[in-house]
Ligand binder design. Structure first.
Ligand code: NAD
Length: 357
């Protein structure tokens, strides 16, 4: 489990001495399972364990990977014990053994879980849906890693907000962005979720405008002028954004493409190479042998990038299950302290097979 305590910790950072960062993951669903696997790939981290509400094939698979499974509470512990499934204790036991907990529990559980982490004296990484104003910092590694260093609690922003922040930040750094407008076609739900729709409708999400994504971006990119609107479509793979950025500097298509190509965790695809839909991006990830077909990069169609009257237009795809995984890993290092943005992102990217820029 985890990596070996290796020299890389000494080489990259004299501040952290020899200790591995001990990590627990509370909530082992779409995000939690991916973050747990990513933590196990880090040479400077040890995955101490994950929590599950009940024993099932997911807890069995975790065990098969050598991951220690904890019950979320006493009632859940009884459930494990009554079936004879292996379980190491409860969330409270896990919290005694970790430096940082990644909260990947269902939406809106943050306000309940936060005091539990505080009582245990454990630093915490929350997800975008966990609740509002939970943490000291809203986090996207390439935008504001430094703000999170040494803090007790950070919140990795939602998948859509992460994609928007990376892209707007990339263009802003090179060309300046005075205004951002985005229309988001959101996937209905995740592939393994049979309880949510829509199956045959486009659902305004919400009907009142603007959507929450603009203020969420502003929590990371302070002062950014951004307005967003969103609707849900019957698909389970990827969100698609139509993004319009007003540029401060005179620029053409090549300048915008160049700004995006230089930024970390961004990728560019072309329709003429066969990328005509989000399905093609998922297919690419499958062909590349990415774990669970995960696309960690925010993906922009190069041929969609068009500049008219100082405004840059583009299509942006976000793989909702995967894009926040590298951010979680960097958030753990930021909370642990002793890392610079560049060294953390390099370690994360190399471990996940993301081209590091
Ligand atoms: P999920 O439903 O797939 O997983 C949540 C897991 O937590 C489930 O396995 C569930 O059984 C377990 N659980 C239930 N009650 C629990 C409790 N009290 N304590 C601990 N675990 C409990 O959810 P998810 O999609 O992984 O979302 C987790 C968080 O990540 C949410 O805040 C969500 O908004 C955010 N997020 C989700 C996505 C996505 O597309 N799925 C993307 C970015 C961020």
């Amino acid at each position: 489990m985890g990596g070996q305590a290796v020299g890389i910790v000494y080489e990259l950072s004299e501040r952290r001495v020899s200790s591995m960062i001990k990590v627990g993951v509370n909530g082992y669903g779409t995000i939690g399972r991916r973050v747990a696997d990513a933590v196990m790939k880090q040479k400077d981290m040890e995955l101490v364990g994950v929590t599950k509400t009940k024993p099932d094939y997911k807890s069995a698979v975790a065990e098969g990977k050598g991951i220690q499974v904890y019950a979320v509470d006493m009632k859940s512990l009884e459930g494990f014990r009554s079936t004879g499934a292996n379980v190491r204790g409860t969330l409270n036991d896990l919290l005694q053994r970790v430096d940082v907990v990644v909260d990947a529990a269902p939406e809106d559980t943050g306000p309940v879980n936060k005091p539990v982490y505080q009582l245990a004296g454990v630093r915490a990484v929350f997800q975008g849906g966990a609740g509002d104003n939970l943490a000291d910092v809203s986090f996207v590694a390439q935008c504001n890693f430094e703000e999170a260093v040494g803090k007790r609690m950070v919140q990795v922003v939602s998948c859509n907000t992460t994609g928007l922040c990376r892209t707007i930040h990339a263009v802003d750094e090179s060309l300046g962005v005075s205004k951002a407008r985005a229309v988001l076609a959101r996937r209905a739900t995740d592939p393994d979720d049979v309880k949510k729709g829509p199956i045959d409708a486009i659902v305004l999400d919400p009907t009142t405008l603007p959507s929450h994504h603009g203020p969420d971006v502003q929590a990371v990119l302070k002062g950014m002028n951004i307005v967003t609107m969103a609707f849900k479509v019957p698909t389970t793979h990827m969100h698609l954004h139509s993004l319009i950025l007003s540029l401060k500097k005179p620029a053409g298509k090549d300048d915008v493409v160049s700004a995006i190509s230089k930024a970390p965790r961004m990728s560019l695809v072309d329709g003429k190479s066969g990328f005509k839909s989000t399905a093609a991006i998922m297919d690419w990830a499958r062909e590349m042998g990415r774990p669970r077909n995960d696309v960690y990069e925010a993906t922009v169609w190069r041929d969609s990038v068009t500049v008219v009257d100082g405004e840059a237009y583009m299509f942006l795809a976000v793989h909702q299950e995967a894009i926040v995984v590298p951010e979680n890993v960097d958030a753990i290092r930021a909370l642990a302290g002793g890392y610079k943005r560049e060294e953390s992102m390099k370690l994360t990217d190399e471990s996940l097979g993301i081209r590091h820029r």
